[in-house]
Design a binder for this molecule. Structure first.
Ligand code: SAM
Ligand code: SF4
Length: 342
C-alpha cells in the first residue's frame, strides 16, 4: 500500500533507510515543500527515486485545465480528484508583486448562501488533507516556474473550511510546520460564514492564523435572507463570538461584507454595521457582488459611488475599511464564482 508524501514521519523513515542524513532530509523538505519542486527533479539516483515513487503517492489531484485572465493576474485551475470530482483553485498575482492562492476546502459547499455559485452546486464531500495540500503544491509549482514564490494562502475557494475541521487542521499543521512548508501564520487566512463554536475552537488551536468572517448583512432580517446560517446563529451570537475571539487572539478579524444594490448598501445599513462592530478590533473589507449570470438571481452589485459612501461612513465611525478588487472576473474566478463552469 502506498503512503502519502505528506506522512512526514513515514517519509523521514524512508529517507533514513535510503542513507539520507539530517542535512539531506532538511534539503529534501525545503525543495519539495517550500520551493515546490517535483520529486524527479531532486537529483536522486534512479533506484531511490523508483523506490520512493513505489512507496509514496505524491499527487492527489489531476490538473484538467488552466485559464488565465486576460485582464488581470488571475489564473483558475480546474482539478479532478481521484474519485472524479472537480474542484477549483485560483492563483492571484497582485500588481504589487505579491502572490496569493485561493484554495478550496470542500467539493461544493455544505451551506446555501443565496448569492454564491458554489453554494448553488450543493455539497458532495469534504476535501482530504492531501487534496488541500496538493492545491498549494501544484499552484506553487506554477508560480515557481514563473520565478515567483507563493506568499499568501486564503481559504476562500469552494466550501466552508470549518465544516471540514479535522482535514483543515491537519493541512495547516503541515503548512505551518517549521521543517515542512514553513508558511508564516498571519499569511494564511481562513474565511468562515460564521459558526461560532467552530471559529472559537479554531482560534484556540491556531491563534496566529488570520481569520475572516463573512457578515454580508447589517441586521438579522437581511442577513437571514441571504445566508440561511443566520437562522441558526443570529448576529447577537456572532457578536459574543467576536468578543470572545478578541480575548483569545488579541488580533484584528477581517469582516467581509458583500455589497448588494438596494439590499444592504444604504447609509442606514452602514450605521447598523458600525453599531454591530462597536469597540471590536476589526478590518472591514467591502466586496462588490460578483454576479453569476447563469444563476439568474435578482442580486446586483452596488455602484462604485454607493460603495465609496458606505466606506466613508464606516471610516468616520472609526473603522479601518478597504474595498476588495476581485481579480479573475472574466474567467469566473472571483469570490463566490467557483462552480466548475469552465
Ligand atoms: C466563497 S466564500 C468561501 C469561504 C467561506 N465559505 C465563507 O463564506 O467565508 C469566500 C468569500 O466569498 C464571498 N462571496 C460568495 N459569493 C460571492 C459573490 N457572488 N460575490 C462576491 N463575494 C462572494 C463570501 O461572502 C466570502 O466572504
Ligand atoms: S459563501 Fe462560503 S459558506 Fe456560503 S455557500 Fe459560498 S462557499 Fe459556502
Amino acid at each position: 500500500m502506498t503512503q502519502s508524501i505528506y506522512d512526514i514521519p513515514a517519509l523521514e523513515k524512508h529517507l533514513i533507510r535510503n542513507g539520507f542524513g539530517g542535512r539531506d532530509i532538511r534539503r529534501t523538505y525545503r525543495l519539495l515543500f517550500r520551493e515546490f519542486q517535483k520529486i524527479d527533479t531532486l537529483g536522486w539516483d534512479s533506484e531511490v527515486l523508483e523506490d520512493t515513487r513505489a512507496k509514496f503517492q505524491t499527487s492527489y489531484l489531476t490538473l484538467i485545465s488552466r485559464i488565465d485572465s486576460q485582464i488581470d493576474g488571475a489564473t483558475k485551475l480546474l482539478f479532478e480528484t481521484e474519485d472524479g470530482k472537480k474542484i477549483e483553485t485560483v492563483i492571484l498575482r497582485i500588481a504589487t508583486g505579491r502572490t496569493s492562492i485561493c484554495v478550496s476546502s470542500q467539493v461544493g459547499c455544505t451551506e446555501k448562501c443565496r448569492f454564491c455559485s458554489t453554494g448553488e452546486l450543493g455539497f458532495f464531500r469534504n476535501l482530504k488533507r492531501e487534496e488541500v495540500l496538493d492545491q498549494v503544491v501544484q499552484a506553487g509549482q506554477i508560480l515557481a516556474s514563473e520565478g515567483r514564490s507563493l506568499r499568501n494562502i486564503v481559504f476562500m475557494g469552494m466550501g466552508e473550511p470549518l465544516r471540514n475541521y479535522q482535514n483543515l487542521v491537519d493541512a495547516l499543521d503541515l503548512l505551518l510546520h517549521q521543517s515542512v512548508f514553513k508558511f508564516i501564520p498571519k499569511r494564511i487566512t481562513v474565511s468562515s460564514l460564521g459558526i461560532p463554536e467552530l471559529i472559537l475552537k479554531f482560534a484556540k488551536r491556531f491563534p496566529e492564523v488570520s481569520l475572516a468572517l463573512s457578515l454580508n448583512g447589517s441586521n438579522d432580517k437581511g442577513r437571514s435572507e441571504v445566508m440561511p446560517i443566520n437562522n441558526r446563529y443570529p448576529m447577537a451570537e456572532l457578536r459574543s463570538m467576536l468578543e470572545e475571539l478578541e480575548t483569545i487572539r488579541g488580533k484584528e478579524v477581517m469582516i467581509e461584507y458583500i455589497m448588494f444594490k438596494d439590499l444592504n448598501d444604504s447609509l442606514e445599513s452602514a450605521e447598523e454595521v458600525a453599531a454591530f462592530l462597536k469597540g471590536l478590533q476589526v478590518h472591514v473589507n467591502l466586496i462588490p457582488y460578483n454576479p453569476d449570470y447563469s444563476l439568474n438571481k435578482s442580486f446586483q452589485a452596488s455602484s462604485t459611488e454607493v460603495i465609496d459612501d458606505f466606506k466613508k461612513s464606516l471610516q468616520e465611525a472609526g473603522y479601518k475599511v478597504t474595498r476588495r478588487f476581485s481579480l479573475g472576473q472574466d474567467i469566473a474566478a472571483a469570490c463566490g464564482q467557483l462552480a466548475n463552469k469552465g
